[in-house]
Design a protein around this ligand. Structure first.
Ligand code: ADP
Ligand code: MG
Length: 482
């Protein structure tokens, strides 16, 4: 037994419960349930995966959820990384991992596909898996890797994302031209992909440039750590001693006063030296609640561009590209069917194809009609449907109405149960019924992501004991789904 094995299993148990609430049951069984806690490497939980391919998929699709689920367990924020399971362990986990072996099976003769990297957010000390790029060599920001597949070459361009793509490319080829570059848009439509692509491109053109990529959440964690450990200088240097700074999901800065101060200073220092800054967000600077005016004006002083969900042709091209990695090929008709039905989120689109592949590889005999595709992907289509209709604002309004409260009560800090419980219900439903992430919902409620995560686990627990609350949640969910 390796050191930390038992504890690793305990931590994973807690995280797995959280994850089971974060992704649909189906997807949980398919992907998350197949990860195996191996051991702890300091605060990094090492999870075993059956193969690199599966690792890449899990990381790119569920990486942020896994990271979220590992936050705040037993008073610590664990990170994770994926490692390929030794052969004997794969055999051992096979019964439970039916789906995995099927995916591997589908993959088996995909000789043309390059070795995929097990990209993971891991502490600096751990070696990056082959194919990943070590980026944050001298810092203690956690994310040291970028996804090897998120390149400009792998990004399908259409009218909806052309401007963002071109601007990112120009910034990579000619740092400082558009400064800062601010890309905003809905979730799952390529913002992170573009940032990683800038990293790859810059490293290719000019390997000596120090390029720092981090999510705003990671910067926040690093800031908090630096305050606790009094290593403030190191934190400062992470943001400033760079030639290019790329920050993903900058809206997380909203309402984080101290960090805004730090970021403002770093921004000014980099900007005055014409060092390229690229930011992504789910909204315009002026729409980020709790963002100081001076930062809004800094963020808006360069190029601000919106990226939109890609149109049908692009979605179809994305599916075709994905297929290139597999031996099993779907008909054009099926690809078109999926591209038509899943239009708002490329992450979901890719997930749909993966889900179909898995199912088909288990049962190759039944003919794959559109009806069968419809039934296999039923949950994905439903998710797509509700996510388009329901916004966090709607949810806040409905919940307030239902419990006879004002929206301002829901957003307040008031603690009586009659307000705190409806507030948690609203947070819970926001996560369940929209595409928004924990940090995004947090900003809509003026809270941090941990509060939303807490509501996410707490509400089902409360419902177990409280018949009335259970009914309220069910009624609201039905009403909202219209
Ligand atoms: P965001 O950061 O906007 O939430 P991501 O960049 O994480 O979205 O994209 C979600 C998934 O969709 C990723 O796997 C990404 O590679 C893929 N994707 C998004 N847009 C495109 C595109 N235009 N071409 C190819 N893949 C895309
Ligand atoms: Mg992103």
């Amino acid at each position: 037994m390796r050191i930390g094995e038992t504890f690793a299993a305990e931590i994973w148990k807690i995280a797995a419960v959280r994850l089971s609430g974060m992704v649909s049951e189906n997807l949980y069984e398919q992907w998350i349930a197949n990860l195996k806690p191996l051991y702890l490497d300091d605060a990094c939980l090492v999870l075993g995966v059956a193969n690199d391919f599966l690792g890449e998929w899990v990381e790119s699709s569920y990486g942020s959820q896994i990271a979220e689920a590992l936050c705040g367990i037993a008073g610590a924020d664990y990170t994770y990384r994926l490692e390929q399971l030794p052969e004997e362990d794969i055999a051992e986990t096979e019964p439970a991992a039916d789906n995995v072996s099927s995916v591997a099976d589908v993959q088996e003769s995909a000789a043309a596909s390059p070795a995929v990297a097990v990209a993971a957010s891991s502490p600096v000390a751990s070696p990056a898996a082959a194919g990943d790029d070590m980026l944050l060599d001298s810092s203690n920001l956690r994310s040291v890797t970028v996804n090897g597949k998120y390149t400009f070459e792998n990004f399908v361009v259409g009218e909806e994302n052309r401007y963002a793509y071109t601007a990112a490319r120009r910034a990579a080829e000619n740092p400082g031209v558009f400064n800062p570059l601010y890309i905003y848009g809905n979730t799952g439509i390529g913002k992170t992909h573009l940032l990683h692509a800038v990293v790859h491109e810059t490293q290719k053109n000019n390997p000596r440039l120090v390029v720092r990529y981090a999510t705003c959440e990671e910067i926040l964690n690093s800031f908090v750590e630096s305050l606790q450990s009094h290593r403030y200088g190191a934190f400062r240097s992470q943001l400033r001693d760079v030639d290019m700074l790329l920050v993903d999901d900058i809206h997380v800065l909203g309402s984080k006063g101290q960090l805004q101060e730090q970021f403002f200073n770093a921004f000014n220092a980099l900007y005055s030296e014409n060092k390229q800054i690229i930011l992504t967000s789910d909204k315009r600077p002026a729409e980020i609640a709790g963002l100081e005016a001076r930062l809004i004006s800094r963020f808006e002083q360069g190029v601000t561009t919106e990226i939109y969900a890609p149109g049908f042709e692009v979605r179809l091209a994305i599916l075709r590209n994905m297929q290139r990695d597999f031996t099993f090929q779907f008909s054009e008709e099926i690809l078109e069917f999926i591209a038509l039905r899943v239009s708002s989120n490329v992450r979901r689109l890719r997930g749909a194809l993966m889900q179909l592949l898995t199912r088909v590889s288990i049962d190759r005999k039944t003919p794959l009609t559109l009806e069968r595709v419809e039934s296999i992907l039923h949950n994905v289509f439903e998710e797509e449907f509700t996510s388009k209709l329901i916004t966090v604002d709607d949810i806040q309004k409905r919940v307030a109405e239902y419990f006879n409260l004002r929206i301002s009560d829901l957003l307040s800090n008031k603690r009586p149960k009659s307000i705190a419980e409806p507030r948690m219900v609203a947070m819970y439903l926001a996560r369940k019924l929209t595409d928004s992430s924990f940090p995004q919902i947090g900003s809509a409620f003026g809270r941090n992501h941990a509060t939303i995560m807490n509501a996410w686990t707490k509400v089902p627990e409360l419902c177990e004991k409280d018949e009335e609350l259970r009914r309220a949640v069910a009624v609201l969910e039905r009403q909202l789904k219209g």
